[in-house]
Design a protein around this ligand. Structure first.
Ligand code: PBG
Ligand code: ZN
Length: 324
């Protein structure tokens, strides 16, 4: 008769906080969190992003303030996004030696030598049309984009990036970036691939912050259809074959099943991105007094861990780390 009430009472292990802590199956450590940072031209800037309360765009001379707060809270990594001085058809500011992300890398390396610096490798912030690759008429041309992404990744590595993270969703970009990094002497620089990136309405606030809204059309010809999970495993397999060292699923909360499938299907570290729209929804509801922000943030982060993420990119990184 084992397993029957009243002998079996699961509530016994929920009776006190001490007991609940002992039997907790999933934990979150500050080292697992990555804080996204937006860097803009100019000096002395810390500009609020209206659709992401609490998130700011930092100029190079001030970005270490926010990164330092993260570091002091125990967060050991940041991912950098740049808003360039100028945009053009090919996004050429993405691979300039004095580009915005390159400058930020050098500033952060000096200010916080122990901080892990990840860079988002994509063209949408740098192209005047806002797409993640170069255009051929109205469509995003896959193969000509690869060399440009590779140049951007090498330029980031040269400026001090510890990890490069391609988010463009072009086919073959991990292989192109890997061979370019190796040829430039950066065989030791890991690639965190946004392997499974869905075309999502949840990136809206980010596009305000990164000024990367496409001028026409949308990203559905390169980002994935949220209806598909087998395709996610195919993208995963391809990126691993091409040499991805770590892989990402994005957005996080709407794709926990995908995250679990990816975790089960590979043996590399898996990251999940709690994206700008996930952040904005929680902030907005909390600002209205409809939910308890800290509680909901912690609940979503532990759910993302439980589904299989080893690493979580989140705009809540500093607050969440302080509560760990
Ligand atoms: C660039 C990129 C985007 C995000 C990360 N890298 C935007 C997009 O694809 O449109 C979204 C992150 C977020 O919403 O927080 N390709
Ligand atoms: Zn992009």
């Amino acid at each position: 008769m084992a397993g029957r009430f009243p002998a079996v009472r699961p509530r016994r292990l929920r009776a006190t906080d001490r007991l609940r802590r002992i039997v907790r199956e999933t934990r979150l450590a500050p080292e697992q969190l990555v804080l996204p940072l937006f860097v803009v031209p100019g000096r002395g800037k810390a500009l609020d992003v209206p659709s992401m309360p609490g998130v700011r765009q930092w100029s190079v001379d001030r970005v270490a303030e926010e990164a330092g707060r993260a570091f002091d809270a125990g967060v050991r990594s940041v991912i950098l996004f740049g808003v360039p001085e100028a945009k053009d058809a090919s996004g050429s500011h993405a691979w300039r030696e004095d580009g915005i992300v390159q400058q930020a890398l050098r500033a952060l390396r000096t200010a916080l030598p122990e901080l892990t610096l990840i860079t988002d490798v994509c063209l949408c912030e740098y192209t005047d049309h806002g797409h993640c690759g170069v255009l051929d008429g109205q469509s995003v041309a896959n193969d000509p984009t690869l060399a440009l992404l590779a140049k951007e990744a090498v330029s980031h590595a040269r400026a001090g990036a510890d990890v490069v993270a391609p988010s463009d969703m072009m086919d073959g970009r991990v292989a192109a970036i890997r061979s370019a990094l190796d040829a430039a002497g950066f065989a030791g620089t890991p690639i965190l691939s946004y392997a499974v990136k869905y075309a999502s309405g949840l990136y809206g606030p980010f596009r305000d912050a990164a000024q990367s809204t496409p001028a026409f059309g949308d990203r559905r010809s390169y980002q994935m259809d949220p209806a598909n999970v087998r395709e996610a495993l195919r993208e995963l397999a391809l990126d691993l074959e091409e040499g991805a060292d770590m892989v990402m699923v994005k957005p996080a909360l709407s794709n926990l099943d995908v995250l679990a499938a990816v975790r089960a299907a590979c043996h590399v570290p898996v990251a999940a991105y709690q994206v700008s729209g996930e952040y904005a929804m929680i902030k907005a509801a909390a600002a209205n007094g409809w939910i308890d922000e800290a509680r909901v943030v912690d609940e979503t982060l532990i759910a993302i861990r439980r589904a299989g993420a080893d690493i979580i990119l989140t705009y809540f990184a500093i607050d969440a780390a302080r509560r760990c």
